[in-house]
Design a protein around this ligand. Structure first.
Ligand code: SAM
Length: 291
């Protein structure tokens, strides 16, 4: 990311969720604030024919990863009594602003300081109120320590916590990813995390590689290049070594087929997208031992 500037890809991801509400009627992921948070109206989307047809695969993947993450989060809330939620690299995520949460539940939004400051100003502009249960923690994953940032704003390491970390890992160095996962795994109260990642491009089909290269060039041009890819088996080994005992890793293509009546055949590919060929995006749930 550019040091002093808010994330441009954060707006793009939120716009995909907004367009999904209109074009697919939120079939995969319903978000009543998705349009408001990007300052769009349904009519704006309906007139954007080109926008509707382009980037279908990435849009569906972004919707599906949120749906998967929030379903896992609600299971943790209901089945394991989780009351501490952390949205890492939150961007224009709306979970905290639209969810009816049990009493005594806290949501921490962690993001790069420049993106977070911009979001807070932007929320005022679009008229979205910040609930009392929400606490902001500015953290740069590349240079700050996640737990220092969280502890400074009242995070309780002794309580079981749930982390949602979507659309962020591909933009970080492996060192920053390792230290963030290590911090999550080390929490005394136990923790669960959902994040997405991409297979290495060397495993992509030719079609997928071409799509990936185009997307990589686009994000690099806005100062947010893709930096990290993972071989799934090696990533799972790393997670187990860190202390995660439960792992569910779903490839994008399968995730979409779980949410749609029939498997999508039009999904495009990128580090945030399962695509149609071999390789592509994954969404992964990992948890330290359930009590
Ligand atoms: C593609 S956006 C995803 C935003 C959101 N999670 C979503 O799915 O819509 C990437 C997010 O990662 C954050 N990010 C990127 N590099 C970061 C860093 N070094 N430290 C903290 N956040 C970072 C950006 O600020 C941005 O919010």
């Amino acid at each position: 990311m550019k040091e002093q500037e808010p994330s441009r890809t954060a707006f793009a991801a939120a716009a995909h969720r907004a367009i999904h509400q209109v074009v697919e009627k939120g079939k995969i992921f319903r978000d009543p604030l998705a349009l408001t948070i990007v300052g769009m109206k349904a009519e704006d989307v309906q007139h954007e024919d080109e926008l509707q047809m382009s980037r279908l695969g990435i849009r569906l993947f972004i919707a599906a990863r949120s749906s998967y993450a929030e379903a896992a989060l609600w299971r943790a809330i209901e089945q394991r009594g989780v009351r501490q939620i952390v949205i890492l690299g939150a961007g224009l995520d709306t979970f905290a602003y639209r969810s009816q949460l049990p009493a005594n539940t806290c949501v921490f939004e962690v993001d790069h300081p420049a993106t977070q400051a911009w979001k807070r100003r932007w929320l005022e502009q679009v008229g979205i109120e910040c609930p009392d249960s929400l606490i902001y923690a500015p953290v740069d994953f590349e240079s700050d320590t996640l737990l220092d940032g969280l502890n400074a704003v009242g995070f309780d390491s002794a309580q079981r916590s749930f982390f949602i970390w979507l659309g962020v890992v591909p933009y970080l160095t492996e060192q920053a990813i390792d230290s963030t996962l290590g911090a999550i795994a080390s929490l005394a109260g136990g923790a669960e995390v959902v994040f997405d990642y991409s297979d290495p491009p060397s495993s992509f089909s030719m079609e997928l590689l071409a799509l990936h290269q185009a997307r990589a060039a686009r994000v690099a041009a806005v100062g947010e290049p893709f930096l990290s890819y993972f071989d799934p088996a090696k990533l799972h080994e790393k997670l187990r070594e860190l202390g995660f005992s439960e792992i569910d890793d779903v490839i994008g293509r399968r995730l979409l087929s779980d949410y749609l009546e029939r498997p999508t055949t039009t999904a495009r590919s990128s580090p945030e997208n399962g695509g149609t060929g071999s390789g592509g995006g994954h969404v992964l749930f990992a948890a330290t031992q359930f009590a």
